[in-house]
Design a protein around this ligand. Structure first.
Ligand code: MG
Length: 303
């Protein structure tokens, strides 16, 4: 497991801004609020990041269950939009239920749901190399693809598309083999979970976006990767379409990461709320905003 400092996390995101939608900040500086309840009347739909907003590792964040109850009581629609490539929506909803959140499957959308749509369209699976545990819920859609976790990271000759799907079980040795065997050519790059790192307990651990960035830098890849999760706009768009909301200004995106939740939410035209209880816990939030040059509409300590 690769551990990252907040500074390193930000530096890696900043080096790859050209992979993401263009930065589009609100015209006014962020307003500090107590939580989502303060601004709920302005919105028809609330999109919620998961890790760092609802949970930290497997534990619910203080106040999150109550905030969801408040939205339910005020009959506001909401949808969790998570860069989770190990769980599709129905199973994710069950996991949240065990943590005290009463979500239905339609109230969750994961980047695995988004990646599955792509996997169903693949015509030449033998040309794909995938980074994901050998036991994976989308195995039926990856038949014929090269499972790089099973070849210790070494890329066979016929592979010219690399899908960075799920980081669990991927070792530093596998990554080093991936780099040494990938040095010879340019690949089409795809990433199920574009996050560089995720908070887990009091640490930040590397996620697929990290391994993609490391590979692209070490082997000088020039192709822009295709992203199936935040900050790519398609996941936000699908959540809005499914919940029947067409005006993004009536949508609030709540997240804890500037480079994914806030950048993507701003880019699609939603209002954005940055929480300080996630990846930036204990850091000076104004400094994070000024360094990233990505700014939300609102800031709160928790949901
Ligand atoms: Mg998060």
């Amino acid at each position: 497991m690769v551990e990252l400092t907040p500074d390193l996390l930000n530096q890696i995101y900043a080096r790859h801004l050209d992979w993401y939608p263009a930065i589009k900040n609100p015209e006014t500086p962020p307003v500090h609020i107590n939580g989502v309840g303060d601004v709920l009347d302005q919105f028809d739909l609330v999109l919620l990041d998961s890790y760092g907003v609802l949970c930290r590792g497997p534990k619910p964040i203080k106040g999150a269950v109550e905030a969801i109850k408040l939205m339910r009581n005020r009959q506001k629609k909401f949808c969790v939009v998570s860069n989770d490539t190990m769980t599709r929506r129905a199973i994710a909803a069950e996991k949240y239920q065990q943590r005290g959140f009463d979500f239905s499957a339609q109230e969750v959308l994961t980047s695995l749901d988004m990646t599955d749509v792509f996997l169903e369209s693949v015509k030449n699976p033998e040309n794909y190399g995938v980074i994901a545990p050998l036991e994976h819920p989308s195995n039926h859609l990856m038949q014929g693809m090269v499972r790089l976790n099973g070849c210790n990271g070494l890329i066979p000759e016929q592979v010219d598309n690399l899908l960075f799907l799920t980081g669990a079980g991927w070792t530093t040795e596998m990554q080093s083999n991936l780099v040494s065997s990938g040095n010879r050519k340019q690949f089409q790059l795809l990433v199920g979970n574009p996050d560089i790192g995720a908070p887990n307990g009091d640490k930040i651990v590397a996620t697929p976006g990290y391994y993609l960035a490391n590979f692209a830098e070490q082997t000088q890849q020039s192709n822009k990767p295709e992203l199936f999760g935040k900050p790519a706009l398609n996941i936000f768009q699908r959540a809005m379409t499914e919940h029947g909301v067409t005006d993004p200004e009536r949508v609030l995106m709540v997240g804890d990461t500037l480079y994914t939740d806030i950048l993507g939410g701003n880019a699609i035209g939603c209002k954005t709320l940055l929480l300080t209880c996630g990846v930036y816990l204990g850091l000076d939030i104004e400094e994070q905003i000024s360094q990233a040059k990505i700014s939300p509409d609102y800031i709160a300590k928790s949901l």
